[in-house]
Structures are given as structure tokens and as C-alpha cells.
Design a protein around this ligand. Structure first.
Ligand code: ZN
Length: 465
């Protein structure tokens, strides 16, 4: 029997980190993500295992809750091999450097405030800095390709399959020998939707003695994507026709690229009034460049655009705003703009100065296209705040607020069940990456519909497969 322990994403959605300890073989870690939002775990807590003893790190995808603690892992002694898709490592670099920068800035602000109170020794150092984040990319990195097994030892290999969640995302299948018998454990990673705005559909896996599957939306089904697309198009058109401006707070990776394709499609379908679209986020611009380098991993829409005009994303209305001063110049535009900026939940970034200049005007609109966590400025606005405070100034919210819920990067319950239904052999199912109450609902659905044995994994518990 072989033990697996989860040191994150157990009864919670963030902090993905699973350790597979093979008898007389390597210790393999699958993801090493950051805990985010309300959680019982502190990212600065010890991992629960010795990073020096980990031999191989497999990465399912580049989201912060799957890669965010890797610099800490390296800082604490991990110097083994990393295996992931090349696109994942490129996106992870953008994401980890950004995360290090934000943590350093937060630290400086807290330190200054604490200094005034004479309590600077109470301020925690950032989890890692920019140099620590860069160190990750000096390690021995091996790039996987979808569906090509990579050897990790005798009768031991990992196969990455397209998970359709974000660019480079993978379901990882690990085959290993135990006492003369081959066994297979599969980590679903985050699974995308069957129908996606930019990616290909998730690939199926045929066999698993044990399946570790995400359960973020295991309890529900999404609104249809088509309805959300229509809602988005209408909001954009109504605002522009009314001489207003559209502001879209967006996550830099995946959602932004989806919106760009959607707007480009509207342009070609002659559904988009003449306008200027500003992609006003250096991080999103970097991510968009990475997406355009991996067009073979994108869907038909993206490939058709490339064939049609030589670019996946570019079209005449779109401008990339890299420099801060150019971002400020957007304020001079009176009408007819679509501004896409971060951060996605409006907790910082350039979106704030656009709000300051435009929220008072009832002709303008804000279109939220992603989840807004409790306690964020984005959530306040979605919940109907009449005014908000930005840079110590009270700003009246007269702009129209739209919340479009159907753009999810995660499969919903029926898609998760359909994906699991494609296995020819599936013995045991372990639920990770979900909140406990949702996992209970999902567990019952799997038992009822697929008649499988299901276990909800607890933090650090030893699961034997
Ligand atoms: Zn993810």
C-alpha cells in the first residue's frame, strides 16, 4: 500500500499540495499552492513534511492556489526535479513574480504603519521575495507534453492530459509498480468546462485505482455559457450606444483572454460599435502574449482568428497599455472605451483609478465577469454599494453594475460526473479542492449516479491506495 497525504486543498478550495510516497521510490509532490481567503491555514506554517526530502514536484497548472508556495518550498530546501507543461511554467513565472511583488509591497506598508506605533518587530516578513520566486526557475525543470508519459524511475511514469481549465492545465496520471503489480493514481487538477471560450475540452482518462478529483462546484450546475455571452454582449453594446464607457475588472490569466476573443468575435460579426479597447494591465498583457505562443493548445475560435488575420487576439480596436502614464491618459477619453484592468476583485491595481474617474457617470458601466470574494471592493459593488472609498475619496456609484456569473473555468457537477463516467476502470474516488458542505453533496451524487466508493480527504490524513 502507498500513502498519499494532502497538505492543502483538503475540505477547502485553496492550497493544493499532495504528497505521494512510493515505497523504495521517490517522494512526489503534486502542486504546492497558496492558501487564499478565509482559511484555517497560514501559508507561513510548516508544510507538514520536509521539503528537502521531496524528489519530484509535478504541477497541474499555474494558478496561485496550485503554485503559490513553491518559492517557500525551494527556500526550505527542495532542489529536486519539476515536471509540468512549458506554458504552465511561463504563466507560473508571471504569477509568482506578481505575488512576490504584492507581498513585498504589503510588507512595506504594514512595516511603516507598525513603525509609527513602535511595533515593527510584530510585522511578519513576506513569505518570499522576488529573488526567491526567481530561484524556482533555476531548478531542473522538465517540460511535459500532453499524453506522452515521462519516466520518473523504473516502472514509474507521469502522463499529463489536457484538463481544459487554463492554458497548460493538466490532469496527471501516475503509474507505478507495487509488489509486482502496476497501479494508477490520477490527480484531476482543476477541470475546465466541456464548452470553453478559448480552450479545448478536458481530455478523458481511462483507468484509475484511485482518483483525486477537484470538487469546487460539485454541488451545482452553472448558468449556461451561451446565456452569459449574450448578457455580456448586450451590456457592452447598450453602454457604448449610450455614449458611455465599459469598465471590466478582470483576472489576468484566462478570463482576460476569453474576453478578448469574445470582443474580437463581436467585431467580426459587426456587433461591436466603434470603440477603443484598452487592455490596461501589464500582467494580463504578459499572459496574453504567452497564450498567443501556444495557439495549438487553444480551441478552434482562436486558431481561426490566427488563420484569418495572423493574430489570435489583435484587431483594430484593441490597444495594449503597458506603461502607467498611458494608463492615466485613458482618463482623457470621454466616451466609447472598453477598459479591461486588474485586479479581478478590485483589491488594488489600475482598475481603481478608472473607478475614481468613471463611476460617478450614469452613462458608464462596470461588468463583473468573475467571482467576487466577501470583503473585496468588487463584492461591495456587486452587492449594491451606493458609494465606495478610493484613495481616501468617497466616489458615488452611478454607473450601471452588471454581474455575469456564467464564465467559470471550473466544470460543474454534471460535467464532473460526465468526465468521471468516461473511466473504463475507476476504483476509489477521493474528493479534494472543495468546501466540505459542497463535497458532501457531490459525494452523494457520485454514489447515487456512478456507484463508486467516495472519501472526502482531510488535511494531512494518510490515505492508503
Ligand atoms: Zn485553477
Amino acid at each position: 500500500m502507498t500513502p498519499i497525504q494532502s497538505f492543502g486543498a483538503a475540505e477547502t478550495v485553496t492550497g493544493s499540495c499532495h504528497l505521494l510516497q512510493l515505497k523504495n521510490g521517490p517522494k512526489i509532490l503534486i502542486d504546492c499552492g497558496m492558501f487564499q481567503g478565509h482559511t484555517d491555514h497560514d501559508n507561513s506554517d510548516p508544510f507538514g513534511f520536509d521539503p528537502k526530502e521531496v524528489d519530484i514536484l509535478l504541477i497541474t497548472h499555474a494558478h496561485l492556489d496550485h503554485v503559490g508556495r513553491i518559492p517557500k518550498l525551494v527556500k526550505e530546501g527542495f532542489d529536486g526535479r519539476i515536471i509540468s507543461l512549458r506554458a504552465t511554467m511561463e504563466l507560473a513565472e508571471v504569477i509568482l513574480l506578481d505575488s512576490a511583488k504584492i507581498m513585498q509591497e504589503d510588507y512595506k506598508t504594514h512595516y511603516k504603519k507598525a513603525q509609527r506605533r513602535g511595533e515593527e518587530e510584530k510585522v511578519h516578513l513576506p513569505l518570499y521575495d522576488l529573488d526567491d520566486a526567481r530561484d524556482v526557475f533555476d531548478l531542473n525543470i522538465q517540460y511535459a507534453e500532453y499524453d506522452k508519459p515521462i519516466s520518473m524511475g523504473k516502472n514509474l511514469h507521469a502522463t499529463f492530459r489536457n484538463a481544459g481549465h487554463i492554458l497548460g492545465s493538466a490532469t496527471i496520471q501516475i503509474d507505478f509498480e507495487e509488489e509486482g503489480v502496476m497501479k494508477t493514481v490520477v490527480f484531476s487538477g482543476d477541470l475546465g468546462n466541456q464548452k470553453d471560450l478559448i480552450l479545448q475540452s478536458p481530455e478523458y482518462v481511462k483507468k484509475a485505482d484511485a482518483l483525486y478529483i477537484e470538487s469546487t462546484y460539485g454541488d451545482r450546475n452553472h448558468r449556461s455559457l451561451d446565456a452569459s455571452i449574450e448578457e455580456f454582449k448586450k451590456a457592452v453594446k447598450d453602454t457604448l450606444i449610450n455614449q458611455g464607457n465599459v469598465i471590466i475588472p478582470s483576472f489576468a490569466v484566462e478570463r482576460t483572454q476569453e474576453l478578448l476573443l469574445l470582443l474580437k468575435q463581436m467585431y467580426y460579426d459587426k456587433e461591436l460599435p466603434t470603440c477603443k479597447i484598452f487592455l490596461d494591465s501589464p500582467m494580463a498583457i504578459r499572459a496574453t502574449r504567452i497564450y498567443s505562443q501556444y495557439v495549438q493548445e487553444l480551441n478552434e475560435v482562436a486558431n481561426d482568428f490566427l488563420e484569418r488575420d495572423g493574430s489570435v487576439f489583435d484587431f483594430p480596436y484593441l490597444e495594449y497599455t503597458l506603461k502607467g502614464e498611458d494608463s492615466m491618459k485613458i482618463n482623457d477619453e470621454e466616451s466609447g472605451c472598453i477598459i479591461i484592468a486588474g485586479s479581478g476583485m478590485c483589491t488594488g491595481g489600475r482598475i481603481l483609478h478608472h473607478f475614481k474617474h468613471r463611476l460617478w457617470n450614469p452613462r458608464n458601466s462596470v461588468i463583473f465577469v468573475g467571482y467576487q470574494a466577501v470583503g473585496t471592493l468588487g463584492r461591495l459593488m456587486v452587492d449594491g454599494a451606493e458609494s465606495i472609498r478610493i484613495y481616501r475619496e468617497e466616489i458615488k456609484v452611478n454607473a450601471k453594475i452588471y454581474m455575469i456569473n456564467g464564465f467559470s473555468a471550473h466544470a460543474d457537477q454534471q460535467e464532473l460526473l460526465a468526465w468521471m463516467g468516461q473511466f473504463e476502470q475507476l476504483d476509489k474516488v477521493f474528493l479534494i479542492h472543495g468546501e466540505r458542505d459542497k463535497q458532501e453533496v457531490f459525494k452523494t451524487a457520485i454514489e447515487d449516479k456512478l456507484h463508486k466508493t467516495v472519501h472526502i480527504v482531510e488535511h494531512a490524513e494518510g490515505v492508503w491506495i
